[in-house]
Write a protein that binds this ligand. Structure first.
Ligand code: PAF
Length: 288
């Protein structure tokens, strides 16, 4: 059984004991329904810190009014068992009241400018305000030395990097490689919404991004390659929110620039999937 705390006083007592003992603390922030991708974050931290804390909190402020907050999968017992097996030391499982003590309509909101205005920020208004707000709270609550985030949420990582730099949180960010199923589908809690037919179509997203990369490495412009990828996604049954090629910092990609990231968001039925692929135009392997 993993040690689990539900209130801030109990969390602070554990953290204070560890800090007094000079231990380095790592945090894996999650919304639960944990899979191998989350456990890879725990493993990456275990190699770098003395104690690993995972938070499980389905954060209402990052869901839009027509999004899947109510049906988001909640599997607390399974999560606790998985975290214990992965070598996590403490599970922070706050209620909405513990996370937002002054009430959801009275909360201080953190808004990161710039990088939140494109891609998912444009398609999910307010989403990144909710993410930045809850991550700032988690950092204050857990006071980690290192926090691990998956590269699948590429834009989220950029938002959190801006948050950490601008508010001077003394937290090192540890980006972790995307965990994929054997057919290339990026692991996500939302994959379980896919019915059998949609599940067979879903790997087309990663395939479209790879084809986009190959086209650009073969000389195609970013705009043409992205348009082709969007067509491939539609042919596979997706309703496309966006397929874009950007510079690694998510500013506009200029043809001729070597480093790029292709990002896509699209829906299969009611399930919205995102994925990305980092590459260089001349095929130089990336440093990670
Ligand atoms: O990536 C997620 O699961 C969430 O956006 C996060 C970072 C835990 C904030 O709620």
């Amino acid at each position: 059984m993993i040690d689990t705390v539900h209130d801030l006083a109990a969390l602070r007592a554990r953290i204070a004991d560890w800090k007094r003992a000079g231990l380095r603390i790592g945090l894996v922030p999650t919304m639960g329904n944990l899979h191998a991708g989350h456990f890879s974050l725990v493993a990456a931290l275990r190699a770098r810190v003395d104690r690993v804390v995972a938070s499980v909190f389905v954060n209402p402020t990052q869901f839009g009014p027509n999004e899947d907050f109510a049906r988001y999968p909640r599997t607390p017992d399974q999560d606790a068992q998985g975290l214990a097996a992965a070598g996590c030391d403490l599970l922070w499982l706050p209620s909405v009241e513990a996370m937002y003590p002054l009430g959801l309509h009275n909360t201080v909101t953190v808004r990161v400018p710039g990088v939140t205005e494109v891609l998912d920020g444009a398609h999910r208004p307010g989403h990144f305000d909710g993410v930045a707000t809850v991550v700032a709270r988690l950092f204050n609550q857990v006071q980690p030395d290192v926090a691990a985030f998956g590269r699948k949420d590429y834009q989220q990582l950029a938002v959190i990097a801006h948050l950490v730099a601008d508010l001077a949180f003394p937290v090192e960010l540890l980006p972790v490689a995307i965990a994929r199923e054997s057919d290339g589908l990026a692991m996500s809690s939302r994959n379980q919404y896919l019915d059998a037919d949609a599940r067979t179509r879903a790997p087309a997203m990663q395939a479209a991004l790879r084809a986009l990369r190959d086209a650009m490495q073969g000389g195609a412009s970013a705009a043409d390659a992205a348009a082709e990828a969007a067509v491939a996604l539609r042919e596979a049954g997706f309703v496309v929110d966006y397929v874009e090629v950007r510079a690694p910092d998510l500013s506009a990609h200029v043809d001729g620039q070597q480093a790029a990231v292709a990002l896509a968001a699209a829906r299969l039925g009611a399930t919205r999937l995102i994925d990305n692929l980092e590459f260089s135009i001349d095929g130089t392997p990336s440093a990670r």
